[in-house]
Design a binder for this molecule. Structure first.
Ligand SMILES: [Zn+2]
Length: 345
């Protein structure tokens, strides 16, 4: 798998190199004197010029070197295509396919819940300069319509990655269960849509986008195979999760959702619900309760204690080390599932 750090380092290197070249090319016409004058006037040839011109040249050099850099935002200067993505896993998929040609603005920051997020003024300012906004859809980005209207950017294309894909029902969202990205099989469809949208927005990058997407899809096929192999070794298939985020994963990899702790975002289970979940855990023999890092684990701890099982964590979003990429996130989650459901690592 391609190293995230290595890639970021290369981008940083490349843009600073580009910056240096740009400054050099701006300086050249200013300092280069006709050969005759260079030879006649000694050091730098500047003594042949009146002092006001020397001072003027110094100012031009100063602004060519520094002023330009400070005034121009990075994404314009580096000629990268600025695209926005709603959540960290989608932002990572866009980075994997876009490579060095795109700069990705992540809307819902790592650690935040997409169910309660609002865009910041700075994000709105940057969205006004973006070419594409990649959304998951199915009601996850309840803020998106308002944000897109408010920025009034006629070049902004909104791409809903789940559009037209079959959905599972959800108590959380009337439109259906939005968490399709957590099944790598469905994430592969997202990646193909990201590839096609980037090609449409930036046709010059087509070869790069196709090559990046092909390499990344190969990694996702490997991830899919590894999950299937791991699940085959699980001693239990009974999943008790914080909310219904794992419905597609459970469906696609042959597990079973025994219970969900929080059926409505932001509402903790009632005493009656807690008792019922504890009873279910004991009845089906679910070996663990899976909490989420984006929510307080209080309810999960209470239920696990009463049922006499451990609390583990499944992360639907990631975005920070060691889960900064989608593939790292899913491999980390697979390790948690192995710990909880008794599989061989
Ligand atoms: Zn959710």
């Amino acid at each position: 798998m391609r190293s995230e750090k290595g890639r970021l380092f290369r981008i940083a290197n490349k843009s600073s190199r580009r910056g240096a070249l740009r400054i050099a090319s701006k300086m050249r016409p200013v300092v280069r004197l006709p050969r005759r004058e260079r030879e006649a006037s000694g050091v730098g040839g500047l003594s042949a010029f009146p002092s006001w011109l020397v001072v003027g040249l110094a100012f031009i050099l100063l602004f060519a070197g520094c002023g330009g850099n400070a005034a121009v935002p990075l994404h314009q200067e580096s000629k990268q295509v600025l695209v926005a993505a709603s959540i960290p896993p989608i932002a990572d998929m866009v980075r994997q396919v876009g490579g060095e040609r795109v700069e990705v603005l992540t809307m819902v920051p790592p650690g935040a819940s997409p169910h309660t997020y609002e865009p910041t003024p700075e994000q709105m300012r940057r969205l006004a300069a973006a070419r594409i906004l990649f959304l998951n859809g199915v009601g996850l980005e309840f803020w998106a319509d308002k944000a897109v209207q408010a920025v009034g950017n006629p070049d902004l294309q909104v791409v809903v990655l789940s559009e037209g894909m079959p959905l599972l029902q959800s108590s959380e969202h009337a439109a259906g269960n939005p968490h399709l990205w957590l099944s790598p099989r469905r994430a592969m469809k997202y990646v193909k849509r990201i590839r096609d949208a980037l090609i449409a927005a930036d046709p010059e990058g087509e070869a790069a986008y196709r090559a990046n997407a092909a390499a990344y899809l190969q990694q996702l096929r490997q991830l899919d195979a590894d999950i299937r192999a791991a699940v085959a070794t699980f001693h239990s298939r009974e999943m008790v999760t914080f909310h219904a985020a794992w419905a597609y994963f459970i469906h696609d990899y042959g597990l079973h959702q025994a219970a969900v702790l929080e059926t409505t975002p932001g509402r903790e289970p009632s005493a009656a619900e807690v008792a019922q979940i504890v009873e279910t855990i004991k009845r089906v023999g679910a070996p663990a309760v899976f909490a989420e890092p984006q929510f307080p684990p209080r309810a999960a701890r209470v239920i696990a204690e009463e049922a006499g099982v451990p609390v583990l964590t499944l992360d639907p979003l990631g975005g920070t080390p060691p889960r900064e990429t989608y593939i790292k996130l899913m491999r980390w989650n697979l390790e948690q599932l192995q710990k909880g459901l008794g599989g061989q690592p």
